[in-house]
Design a protein around this ligand. Structure first.
Ligand code: BES
Ligand code: ZN
Length: 425
């Protein structure tokens, strides 16, 4: 029996794991380690068979090539999956939980001692911790309403055009401001609404800030362009431009996410900056100035979400594009992890090929962005920038609803996180 009782453990327990050729009997500290007879246990890390992790596609953090034992994260999702698998296989303990609150590095060191693995522990690259499903976030995203999204898109289409060089470039901007004022009126969260005027266009951007409750200097940006365009050429962009998909959809996604966020009792730890940008269609005008201004002020923008075109499921409902250029790898990966925990959509990576939307403005200033998109660029809505960009039988509000959920999860999970992209570009 090994004695690991360095920190005054009260009890010891013996368990076995089928490992490699034989059965390994090990004594572990119950102050750090707890038995898992199939039930999900809250734990920082768990110990199990490497083969099992690979079969279930669970990340392997450490493993011992000789015994076939491995360590992975002890998230609810992982322990539940391990337990379910053990029940199927008929074995008793599917894994060993390493309890929360203990120092993970010390535990890993002890785990190594348990297995006498000092010299042969294979260290694999550290994978990001999977995101645990939070019931509060689940409750919030369940409130996303397709009916609200539809009426919001219809309302924005009703302006005929939202072109930045039209005769009334700010009518819809002023009306959205009034709407935001009404929305924030009854909220417990500290908010501020700002109309941002620009040097490069007469059109204004709208900004709504939800002040962070713990780390207000860390800023999470959620943005969409509110303007629309039709044609170019002879029309000069000024024809009928309902812009349902491009981009009443992304703009409405943010309005709906904000509506739900404002009903929460407490603001996220980080500050949330919602933007409805001006003049994107004329060259990323609003976002260009805003991102430049934030950079000049030295603002600590930890992550940027851009929503532009979310209504047309070109690859099928709940197949979502993950734009790979002018975006940040860590946030693209973060998007796949929130998808695993909450959305269960199919994510397909795709390049825009150029600075196709406002995320490029933030990227240019060195900030990290990600862009969930309605489809691949190949199968995206062919009717944008025309008078035919309206709600049609090919539009899907179920598909579109997923993007409000992404915005809410980003606000409530990343907004409460201490994590940040390690490299912005
Ligand atoms: N929504 C479009 C294009 C788009 C495609 C955005 C794929 C995100 C992913 C956007 O509003 C647009 O039309 N952008 C312009 C570029 C801009 C710099 C004038 C374009 O694509 O021509
Ligand atoms: Zn657009």
């Amino acid at each position: 029996m090994l004695n690991l009782n360095k920190r005054g453990a009260r009890m010891q327990t013996t368990f076995n794991l089928l490992a490699g050729s034989g059965v390994l009997f090990i004594t572990l500290l119950t102050s750090h380690l707890s038995h898992a007879h199939g039930g999900a246990v809250r734990a920082s890390y768990v110990l199990t068979e490497k083969q099992k992790l690979e079969r279930l596609q669970i990340p392997v953090l450490y493993h011992d090539p000789e015994t076939g034992l491995a360590v992975t994260y002890g998230t609810d999702q992982i322990t539940t999956r391990l337990s379910a698998d053990s029940h199927l296989g008929g074995s008793c303990a599917g894994y060993q939980a390493l309890e929360e609150g203990a120092d993970p590095l010390a535990i890993l060191r002890e785990t190594q001692q348990v297995f006498r693995l000092h010299d042969r522990l294979a260290r694999l690259p550290m994978l990001p911790r999977p995101i645990e499903t939070d019931p509060e976030i689940e409750a919030a995203i369940s409130q996303v309403s397709e009916a609200h999204l539809r009426s919001s898109v219809e309302w924005l289409m009703s302006y005929g055009t939202r072109f930045n060089k039209g005769s009334t470039p700010n009518r819809h901007v002023d009306d959205l401001k009034t709407k935001l004022q009404q929305m924030t009126a009854g909220s417990k969260l500290k908010t501020a609404i700002n109309v941002i005027s620009h040097r490069s266009t007469k059109q204004n951007s709208l900004h709504l800030r939800v002040e962070g409750s713990e780390r207000p200097n860390e800023i999470v940006v959620l943005g969409a362009h509110l303007d629309s365009i039709s044609g170019g050429g002879w029309g000069g962009g000024g024809g009928s431009a309902p812009g349902a998909d491009d981009n009443a959809s992304g703009s409405s996604n943010l309005i709906e996410a904000l509506r739900i966020l404002l009903t929460q009792n407490k603001a996220p730890a980080r500050t949330l900056d919602f933007f409805w940008y001006a003049g994107e269609e004329s060259g990323l005008l609003g976002s260009g100035e805003i991102a430049q201004d934030y950079k000049a002020k030295g603002a600590d923008v930890v992550g940027v979400l851009q929503l532009d075109m979310t209504l047309f499921p070109g690859e099928g409902e709940l197949v979502i594009g993950n734009v790979t250029d002018y975006t940040n790898a860590w946030l693209r990966d973060y998007f796949t992890r929130i998808n695993d925990a909450y959305l269960h959509a199919r994510i397909v990576e795709d390049r825009c090929g150029y600075a196709c939307s406002d995320h490029a403005s933030w990227h240019r200033q060195g900030y990290a962005a990600f862009v969930p998109f309605e489809s691949t660029t190949k199968t995206m809505n062919p009717d944008i920038h025309t008078s035919r960009d309206v709600i049609s039988n090919r539009s899907s509000f179920t598909h579109m609803a997923a993007f409000s959920k992404i915005a809410l999860i980003f606000a409530m999970d990343f907004g409460n996180s201490t994590q940040r992209p390690p490299n912005a570009l």
